[in-house]
Design a protein around this ligand. Structure first.
Ligand code: PLP
Length: 454
């Protein structure tokens, strides 16, 4: 039995909130279709109502707590972002009211769940300006999306002697699947180097694209350095040589308007949880003709038209890539997250984060022995650093005692650690709810590190 009496604090408040009269949440239409009662546009980039940090912060229940006696300062957003109330409510409502499996039931709850799931697909499609929602495949996250392309496209289209081009700043999720493909088919993995600022010069990419290049797989934004890669220019170079382009957008979608058609890429991948949405849900977008040409990924229910013991006929894309019961509540929560950022707009989000980045960069300069790694001209709010003679893990542990959450380690980018000749880095990463006071708290905590180890 769950005992609820005696609980206090924000967790209890949230539990109480989750026992709301569900009708008081975003209303359902008579036909049971959920969400979108506001009539707001789906695409985050189209609204732009401005960003008031205090109003924003009130929506993030997790911020309302103390850690080791200090107000929580959450600067680990590149790992995962906190969730606004509307996302928590959308997921709660899915399980509380519309809990049914999709695509198979004729009963009302199943129809509502199916509608909500498919509306989420529409929402994602319009968020990234896809031509059609049929180009949106729901997966677990960026990692699964890249592995899906590796196994359902790359092993069919890449052969012995061919090359896959990546860069030196990739997350392991955009390295390891390609190493696996290369091993399977006898192809070669090539990496364009990172310069001292953390940028990947276009010339270095151009120099490595040839007729042997079948795929260029690049991050849109580096999770360690914040560097924004010139995707359109890279895509143009790749296409001129007949290669396709996959973009790992995990660190881009929370910070900027993404238009897959304007980027000119062939595959775009991202995770819901970095975009203020739930964990366990992510997106593979691919052009419809490419999806149609891909082989199957996993077999099972949901992706078939008919099955006999001798043969199976498959559904069209995107369903033939979604075997089994999908993460329905995750997709619905992702939609709520997309709508949430839509109420603020990427113009306001990126202006706010740019201001914070400039402030944080200047203030980090006050810490003796601190080396900021990643100073490319075009970067998002990620600040990776080392402090002379202090192990990054010690930095993270000490600042945590002041309630400041940052990440330390290799950030799933070990080749990049090697490039900058460090075993690990400390990383503070910004989101729309961070403020200058958060940066001040980080600096105060780093001054404690300096005092302890200096
Ligand atoms: N790519 C980048 C740039 C990332 O930052 C991450 C996660 O940190 C991933 C891929 C993997 O994302 P997920 O673990 O959600 O699949």
């Amino acid at each position: 039995m769950v005992r609820r009496s005696g609980r206090t604090g924000p967790a209890e408040a949230m539990w109480q909130a989750s026992r709301l009269d569900y009708a008081a949440m975003t209303p359902l239409r008579d036909d049971g279709r959920t969400i979108h009662a506001s009539g707001r546009p789906d695409r985050g980039q189209e609204a732009g109502h401005g960003l008031d940090p205090q109003t924003v912060r009130a929506e993030f229940l997790a911020l309302d707590q103390t850690v080791h006696g200090h107000p929580l300062v959450y600067l680990d957003n590149a790992a995962t972002a906190l969730k606004p109330r509307c996302v928590i409510e959308a997921v709660t409502r899915m399980y509380a009211r519309d809990c049914a499996n999709v695509h198979r039931g004729v009963h009302m709850l199943s129809q509502r769940a199916t509608d909500a799931y498919e509306q989420a697909r529409e929402s994602v499609g319009s968020f990234i300006n896809a031509e059609s929602a049929a180009e949106v495949v729901f997966v677990r996250g960026t990692t699964e999306a890249i592995n899906l392309v590796a196994q359902a496209w790359a092993i069919e289209h890449i052969g012995p002697g061919d090359q896959i081009l990546i860069t030196g700043l990739e997350h392991h999720a955009n390295i390891v699947p390609w190493q696996m493909v290369c091993k399977q088919v006898g192809a070669e993995l090539v990496a364009a180097p990172v310069d001292d600022t953390g940028a990947v010069p276009l010339a270095e990419i151009q120099a490595r694209i040839s007729k042997r290049t079948r795929l260029v797989a690049i991050a849109h934004v580096s999770n360690v350095l914040g560097t924004v890669l010139p995707v359109r220019a890279i895509a143009d170079l790749a296409h001129a040589s007949g290669a396709l382009v996959l973009v790992d957008g995990a660190q881009a979608v929370p910070h900027m308007a993404v238009d897959v058609r304007a980027l000119g890429c062939d595959f775009y991948t991202f995770s819901g949880h970095k975009l203020y949405g739930p964990t366990g849900i992510g997106v593979l977008w691919a052009r419809r003709d490419i999806l149609a040409s891909m082989s199957l990924y996993q077999g099972g229910g949901g992706m078939i038209q008919s099955v006999t013991l001798d043969r199976t006929l498959y559904r069209d894309e995107p369903y033939r890539f979604e075997a089994g019961t999908p993460h329905i509540a995750g997709a619905v929560g992702l939609r709520a997250a997309i709508e949430y950022v839509g109420t603020i707009g990427f113009e306001a989000i990126s202006a706010h984060e740019r201001d914070l980045l400039a402030y944080a960069t200047a203030r980090l300069g006050e810490v003796a022995g601190l080396r900021l790694i990643g100073t490319a001209g075009d970067k998002t709010g990620v600040l990776s650093f080392t402090i002379e003679s202090v192990h990054p893990h010690d930095i993270g542990t000490v600042v945590d005692t002041r309630g400041v959450a940052i990440r330390t380690g290799h950030h799933c980018a070990q080749p990049l650690m090697e490039r900058f000749a460090v075993p690990a880095m400390a990383r503070a990463s910004l989101a729309l709810y961070n403020t200058r006071s958060d940066i001040d708290a980080l600096i105060d905590a780093l001054l404690v590190v300096e005092e302890m180890f200096g």
